[in-house]
Design a protein around this ligand. Sequence first.
Ligand code: HEC
Ligand code: HEC
Length: 314
Amino acid sequence: MFRFPNLAWPKRILMALALAVLLASSGLIAKPKPAGHYGYGKAATAAEIAGWDIDIRPDGRGLPDASGSVEDGEMLYEDQCAACHGSFGEGVGRYPVLAGGEGTLTEARPEKTVGSFWAHTSTLFDYIRRAMPFTQPSSLSAEDTYAITAYVLYLNDLVEDDFVLSKETFAEVAKLPNHGNFTPDPRPDVDAKRCMKNCKDPASVRITSEPTILAEEVAEDTPVKAASPQEQGAEVYNGACAVCHNQGVAGAPKLGDKADWEKRLSAGEETLIKHAIEGFQGQSGFMPAKGGRMDLSDTAVAEAVKFMLAESIN
Ligand code: HEC
Ligand code: HEC
């Protein structure tokens, strides 16, 4: 007949077994570790990481050790790029234009090219290396990417025909002509001060259309100095008033037109503020209430008017 053999085992062995099972299941005894946190996948090798880690910073950090000349770039570009982007970067059909367009950004149909719009040569190098030619992305060697990048700069009159682009010469062309013209977006829902340290808990951030309140909230949590009334006035002006008052659109008195503003000020600052808040039909045109930005507080508009007076008269 069948017998339970373990019934005959001494108690000590049974207890040792039970303890071992307990320890093993509790993880107190080291088990061989499976790869990856959840037991699958494998650690990336250095070579795999190097393959992915190809980003380049605006100052050129991350560039590969190689170089390429405008001269070599011309042939490569003709072969691999011109069919779509045109021999002079003019764009074939509806393919993107890569050169020209300087001074067109403020026109109704701006031509945004590497020379007229882009900020950094690092973007150009990276874009070409990752995404072009369109049908064979990531197929270019480091040398060819340098040469073609140099040639696209040449097509934009940014380098001479004997230029050689490399890690060393990169600094000479790191910033493209439009580099300085990128500014924080002034629309109300993004009108916050940039925070680089001791920043607000993201969970507490709310979208608001009141720049004045935002400035105060930021000041509460950070050691950064709160924007002064003048700074707030300038900010409101740039976001809501400059569109008409910088150039005198639709009869608006121009910022800095001393004579015009002095004449208006004879009615008193309070009247000018009232007109700016409530709207005003005058001799030269129509000033919409708060410049059409009803989300602005009366105080914010008043600061903008004071800023305009200070800029124009003093
Ligand atoms: C088959 C057509 C084709 C070829 C060949 C081609 N491109 Fe492009 N290129 C495109 C298209 C399409 C886009 C827009 C892609 C997009 O917006 O997603 C583009 C975008 C670009 C841009 C960005 C333009 C901008 O202002 O946004 C650059 C720079 C560029 N290509 C460079 C090159 C270079 C250098 C080569 C040759 C190595 C090349 N391209 C070959 C079709 C092509
Ligand atoms: C859509 C165009 C436009 C915008 C935007 C605009 N203004 Fe005006 N503004 C005008 C025009 C036009 C006048 C001239 C009215 C007149 O005297 O005939 C004017 C006049 C004024 C005056 C003088 C009023 C007076 O009594 O002489 C002030 C002050 C003023 N604007 C402030 C502002 C402020 C502050 C903002 C932004 C919050 C702003 N404006 C935005 C068009 C604009």
